[in-house]
Design a protein. Structure first.
Length: 406
């Protein structure tokens, strides 16, 4: 692998590159969150109205398991890709097209089995796209810009949640919702894919890949291990809080239009998130500090979960969404920058970021397993949101175990 390929970048990326990767992030997370926020829950209710919670838990959990495999796998493959078109962009194209096809399968799913197949395929292919896209950041962006770029990726992710919820709720049905999200992914990805900033690996320099490469020893790389655990716990807290949000609005709050309610809450969350996501990323870059931002963001998110649990009204949900947005905006930009600064090897950026991203997807598998029995048998939503808050505080505190990053 050439020194030029693996060297830490020093030349700042132009604003145009940042804008285009943020736009691609918007499309990707629209394709993720249109289903996650609305469509999967509505489809589960339509196909199995008497067991919608269990069906949604199974579909979400299996899909997340596929994402946990796909992210590090395609990160590693893109690290070793020797095509003239580059290492990252080809896999963005392949993953994006696979995601479009998978969403089309979901649009026509006649039963739960096809729904499971479609969502597992969507998670596998869209995570292939995400792995390649996010690996482009440490390839191209110097350390002093990563908080800012992470902030703009957070803008794309946040607006993707809003746009996905809106398209899913207003497209005119389940099938239309999936197809509109797929079309939006294509449109928003094209500008970034047409840029020419990508690293190229010579065929003679491609390292071999084995199953052992996916194990990163926390004993040998303790900061990487603590960073992974911190991200896992904070994402688990968030996943526990949102997995049954639509049903919470429907069954506990008694909101007349739960699908529309999810969109309204998402919009409130997005507005407050956008007020912090870029500014705190820039602030973190200038202060050269990451951990204190991650810690306090996690504590604020935990407070939002407690508000949901003990103020189960529409007003309480609105306040909770606003608080969550403030905390998650800080977390999105600064945590991403922190993660890129604890990667063990420059030549394995894609694979190592993929391993870190398991901490995003694995909570989606575990959260329904935790949430379903709590909601059904162990105290309901107040207990669920208390558990979410406790997990979030634990992740916030453990970030200070990281030693190599301030």
């Amino acid at each position: 692998m050439t020194a030029e390929t693996i060297a830490e970048p020093t030349v700042p990326v132009p604003a145009r590159w940042t804008a285009f990767i943020s736009l691609a992030s918007l499309g990707l997370f629209t394709a993720f969150y249109g289903p996650i926020q609305v469509l999967l829950a509505v489809q589960a209710k339509a196909l199995a109205p008497d067991s919608k919670e269990i069906v949604l838990a199974v579909v979400s959990g299996l899909g997340a398991a596929f994402s946990a495999v796909a992210n590090p796998l395609f990160g590693a493959i893109s690290d070793r890709t020797t095509w003239r078109a580059g290492r990252r962009r080809p896999w963005m194209v392949i993953g994006g097209l696979g995601g479009v096809a998978s969403l089309a399968v979901l649009a026509g799913a006649p039963n739960i089995a096809v729904m499971i197949i479609g969502w597992c395929a969507a998670q596998f292919t869209l995570n292939a796209m995400q792995a390649a896209m996010f690996a482009a950041v440490p390839d191209q962006v110097p350390h002093r810009q990563r908080g800012m770029v992470g902030g703009w990726l957070g803008v794309g992710q946040t607006l993707g949640i809003v746009v996905g919820s809106l398209l899913a709720a207003e497209a005119g049905g389940i099938a239309a919702g999936y197809l509109v999200c797929a079309g939006f992914l294509v449109i928003t990805s094209i500008p970034f894919l047409l840029t020419r900033r990508d690293t190229v690996l010579e065929p003679t320099e491609r390292p071999r890949l084995s199953i052992r490469d996916f194990w990163i020893s926390p004993r040998r790389y303790p900061d990487f291990g603590w960073a992974w655990l911190t991200r896992f716990l904070l994402n688990l807290s968030n996943s526990i809080a949102i997995v049954y949000l639509l049903y919470f609005l429907q069954d506990v709050v008694g909101y007349d239009d739960p699908e529309g309610g999810v969109f309204i809450l998402t919009a409130v969350y997005a507005v407050t998130l956008l007020s912090t996501v870029v500014t705190t990323g820039v602030w973190s870059d200038r202060a050269s500090r990451r951990k204190v931002f991650v810690c306090w963001s996690g504590i604020v998110m935990s407070a939002a979960a407690l508000l949901l649990g003990f103020w189960p009204t529409w007003t309480g949900a609105l306040v909770s969404a606003a608080v969550l947005g403030l905390g998650f905006g800080v977390y999105l930009s600064v945590d991403f920058a922190l993660m890129t600064e604890v990667l063990p090897a420059a030549g394995d950026r894609g694979k190592d970021l993929g391993v870190i991203n398991i901490a995003n997807s694995l909570p989606q598998v575990i959260a329904p397993v935790i949430a379903a029995p709590i909601v059904t048998y162990l105290g309901g939503y107040p207990v669920l949101y208390t558990v979410s808050a406790i997990v979030g505080v634990a992740g916030s505190v453990l970030v200070f175990r990281i030693r190599s990053v301030d």
